[in-house]
Design a protein around this ligand. Structure first.
Ligand code: HEM
Length: 451
């Protein structure tokens, strides 16, 4: 199912349609929530391909395991723990990116960057630091590129396993030696980070670090007292790293793309930030949340109009079947939750194809209708961490830099569709997320220091 098709198919076929034998796609937000809030609609077997180390929070079809991991990881995503991780996130993400740009801007008045690539390095810097438990000095461009390569290979191997179920069994595995070796190196590196952290903790019980690695090693289910084995820690850490890089990078890319397509919105957001904070101030998440409602609205609007998860989320109908939009779907039917369709649903959103952040101002409850982080029992557990990254990055970059499109840009610069709306760059489905189709062509942006 292609990314563009999901949105277009909603406009063509409406709330429910068949895409193949026994495969139904639904888009009405209430129907989507009915499925997503019920544990009995399990993830379909597609997800098993992502259990390359062992079953994990993302891949599992087991309700028990999904609930257990959420209880064990509960601590990692609480507001208090996120606050403790914020300084690492800023240093290893935003500040490293700014350092790179500033060093180039020291020599030139303006630079050209490929936004998706920049944001991929930012997202990998953040999750790498939190997952490996290392500071900014360990995250140079070489280590970031290595991690990006492992993530890419891991995703590719998952895809291969989906298409060729025996891909990791001899002799078929010989065809994929490179990907299998890459997965092993990835797992070994995560395991050795766990080992070092356990040694550090044994040597000194005080000054425990606050990061994802520590949260996984200490994660305890208060009901049963159970903790994860070392291999489970590695599998979950990798699942979190995979689930939180491309998608953050792509969401940031869509935010900046839409701001550049709509110069009046870009100006309003930049002015909000610059009026609220001095040039030298590093804006934290709490400050942005309290003082930058328009910037936050831009992020929600970009996540709505071009969800980086804009493909459908597959679930299986349980034994009792389900009624949706007057149709009875029997047990075993595959249901695709059309996130792009729900985010464009005409009963929920006025003019859904228009990028209009104002729809979230003075109407905070409308954020809950954006399904880009999914909803219910398997909703994204990292949503708040993602919002930390999205909000602090967008706010600080808008404060410190001026962005514009190069003369060669194919989008923006007055290019509109038949209804007068700016045309956004084409998108493509990449593994589990939706990003620009031609990033090298369409994500080029001119950056200058803000005056
Ligand atoms: C803009 C950023 C993000 C978006 C839009 C997003 C969106 C989503 C969505 C839609 C799902 C459900 C997937 C499905 O059911 O197939 C999901 C699951 C998940 N996300 Fe995120 N996510 C983001 C960032 C993060 C971050 C930063 C983390 C962790 C640090 C994370 C960890 C996870 C995990 C572990 C799952 C699996 C949960 C389960 O199946 O029970 N995500 N995410």
């Amino acid at each position: 199912m292609l990314a563009d098709d999901c949105e277009n198919d909603y406009y063509r076929f409406g709330d429910i349609y068949l895409v193949g034998p026994g495969v139904v796609v639904i888009s009405h937000p209430e129907d989507c929530k009915k499925v997503l809030f019920n544990h009995r609609f399990v993830k379909n077997k597609f997800y098993r391909a992502f259990a390359l180390i062992e079953d994990n929070i993302y891949a599992t079809q087991s309700t028990q395991l999904a609930m257990l991991r959420r209880r064990q990881l509960r601590h990692a995503f609480t507001p208090g723990y996120l606050k403790q991780m914020e300084s690492t996130m800023l240093q290893c993400g935003l500040l490293l990116l700014k350092k790179r740009w500033d060093s180039r801007l020291g020599k030139q008045k303006q630079i050209q960057v490929q936004m998706e690539n920049e944001f991929m390095h930012l997202a990998v810097g953040v999750i790498g630091a939190l997952g490996y438990g290392q500071g900014p000095t360990n995250w140079n461009s070489h280590t970031r590129s290595q991690l990006i390569q492992w993530i890419h290979d891991y995703n590719l191997l998952s895809l291969v396993r989906l298409l060729v179920p025996l891909a990791d069994k001899f002799p078929i595995s010989l065809l994929f030696t490179h990907l299998i070796q890459s997965k092993c190196q990835f797992a070994l590196s995560v395991d050795s980070a766990a080992e070092s952290r356990l040694n550090e903790c044994q040597q000194s019980k005080a000054n425990r670090k606050a990061d994802i690695l520590q949260a996984l090693l200490e994660g305890e289910d208060l009901e049963s007292g159970s903790r994860m084995t070392r291999q489970q820690v590695v599998a979950e850490n990798i699942a979190i790293i995979i689930a939180s890089t491309d998608i953050v990078a792509q969401t940031l890319t869509w935010v900046f793309h839409y701001l550049l397509l709509c110069p009046h919105i870009y100006r309003k957001a930049a002015e909000e930030v610059r009026n609220a904070f001095s040039h030298t101030h590093l804006i934290t998440f709490d400050e942005a949340k309290a003082q930058l409602p328009y910037v936050e609205a831009c992020i929600y609007e970009a996540a709505r109009i071009r969800a980086a998860t804009g493909v459908f989320l597959p679930r299986v109908v349980p034994n009792e079947g389900v009624w949706i939009q007057g149709h009875f779907l029997p047990a075993g039917t595959q249901i695709g939750i059309n996130i792009a369709g729900a985010n464009h649903h005409r009963e929920t959103w006025h003019d859904p194809q228009i990028f209009r952040p104002e729809r979230f101002i003075n109407n905070p409850q409308s954020k809950a209708h954006v399904l880009s982080f999914s909803a219910g029992v398997r909703m994204c557990p990292g949503k708040n961490l993602a919002l930390y990254e999205l909000l602090t990055t967008t706010a600080n970059l808008l404060k410190d830099y001026e962005f514009s499109l190069p003369n060669s840009a194919r989008f923006g610069r007055g290019k509109v569709d038949q209804s007068g709306r700016p045309v956004a760059m084409p998108r493509a489905h990449r593994f589990t997320s939706v990003g620009p189709k031609y990033p090298h062509r369409d994500c080029q942006v001119i950056v200058q220091k803000a005056q």
